[in-house]
Design a protein around this ligand. Structure first.
Ligand code: ATP
Length: 266
């Protein structure tokens, strides 16, 4: 479904006054694949290049080199109508649930935006579809009339998720989507994401620095370090046993100091 082929990237100069010369690459020769229905966890410490790769996959940042194929089409070389179709099937949920929404729009308007752009539903039909989406993410149709500031962070992230699934996409990029939530909301959103994936046959690219969250939801794990892919494999105990320092750093970050409290995944 998604193939990233030998992608390398350097950010350009900030502006014409910037004399810092060529910027160092932030991604170097990254190749990865996400199959239908699979959740791939993309991990790495801060600055590893995860979000840059996410933006490239979403069509928001053209890579300096390499290709991104989504449903067999090169997203940086497709015609506008093809691209519009691909965008429908490729959605995103960002970390900051508040900045991802217009504070003056109701929840129903936020969730209805992609439907306005892609489907011409009658007002009555749209109301029904939005009500269903709200229920699917654990809210009520009545919540549709509320504004973003009337929701908790966890509830607002559910609205962002409802917007992302409104068009029944094939792949959702979840860029640190649970990181700003407390543990209780993180757990709830992870189980919501798992349920939605099962009912829609979705694929996820789950970008995170939290290996524990990734092990909960992902089938496969890829770890980046300084712009390079340094580990790729099934989500299971083998990743915990990898001796690559970047993987070890992620594992150590979740281990309690006392060995008796240590957890195992499998
Ligand atoms: N728009 C930009 N212009 C210039 N450099 C950028 C830009 N965005 C990111 N970078 C740089 O690219 C590198 C990778 O950043 P990126 O945000 O992709 O990493 P990350 O792994 O997602 O980090 P984090 O977990 O902190 O979000 C960093 O050195 C960052 O400073």
């Amino acid at each position: 479904m998604l193939q990233v082929r030998e992608v390398s990237h350097s950010y350009g100069k900030r502006n014409w006054l910037d004399r810092s010369g060529a910027r160092p690459p932030v991604l170097a020769d990254i190749s990865l694949t996400i199959e239908k229905g699979v959740c791939l966890g993309l991990l790495g410490t801060s600055g590893a290049g995860k979000s840059t790769l996410g933006k490239i996959i979403l069509g928001l940042e053209k890579p300096s080199q390499g290709q991104v194929l989504f449903q067999g089409q090169d997203i940086y070389r497709s015609s506008k109508p093809v691209l519009k179709g691909l965008r429908r099937d490729l959605q995103v949920v960002f970390q900051d649930c508040y900045s991802a929404v217009n504070p003056l729009m109701t929840a129903a308007q936020i969730i209805g935006e992609p439907l306005d752009n892609y489907e011409r539903l009658s007002a009555k039909e749209q109301l029904r579809v939005v009500g269903q989406l709200l229920e699917q993410v654990g809210l009520t149709p009545e919540d549709g009339s509320k504004l973003p500031h009337q929701f908790s962070g966890g509830q607002l992230q559910r609205i962002n998720i409802a917007r992302a699934i409104a068009l029944k996409p094939k792949l959702i990029v979840l860029d640190e989507s649970i990181s700003s939530l407390d543990m209780v909301h993180q757990t709830q959103i992870l189980s919501l994401l798992a349920e939605l994936r099962a009912s829609y046959g979705l694929s996820y690219l789950f970008i995170t620095h939290d290996i524990r969250a990734a092990m909960t939801i992902c089938d496969r794990i890829a770890v980046m370090d300084q712009g390079k892919l340094v580990y790729s494999g099934d989500a299971g105990n083998s990743v915990m046993q990898s001796d690559h320092p970047a993987v070890q750093q992620l594992v150590t970050a979740i281990l309690p100091e006392h060995p008796s409290g240590r957890i195992s995944f499998g």
